[in-house]
Design a protein around this ligand. Sequence first.
Ligand code: FMN
Length: 163
Amino acid sequence: MDDTRRLRNAFGAFATGVTVVTTKGPDGTDLGRTANSFSSVSLSPPMVLWSLARSSSSLAAFRDADHFAVHVLTADQADLSARFAGKDPDKFAGLAVDRGVADVPLLRDCTARFECRTVHRYDGGDHIIFVAEVCDHHHAPAPPLIFHGGAYGGLAPIGDAGG
Ligand SMILES: Cc1cc2nc3c(=O)[nH]c(=O)nc-3n(C[C@H](O)[C@H](O)[C@H](O)COP(=O)(O)O)c2cc1C
């Protein structure tokens, strides 16, 4: 096995949720990409981060945008994850969207959503790391979609963690 594959497998041991990050391109196009690099950062002020591959065809649009929205997917939204990770140029076809701050497209029926304003862009090797302030958020509790070892799954509760 080559080194990149071994590293990718090791990174994949870290189970994450799955998000779709959306923004409005400079030409008014709606853009979205599936991302599991999302992380909460700060409570006060509220801040989050995610990273995007420099190779992404949407890099310039996300880099230049002031605002984006993060949608945390539910266990029954694996199809939405695949859609926004795929090659179809019109990823929003047939989807109902609402409009958020700066006209950013908002997807429906996610378990959490964060409307954000980018405050820092950092070099992250072959990715760019976006750190953003949360302008608004919404939460509707639901079982989350999980990504682990390159595959989707759901939560398997292991009992009362106490506290
Ligand atoms: C579960 C999952 C998580 C992903 N997370 C990220 C991510 O955090 N950052 C990223 O740049 N791409 C991520 N991707 C890949 C992008 O969604 C997308 O497939 C890739 O950017 C395709 O290239 P394009 O942007 O040029 O169309 C992820 C894909 C999947 C299926």
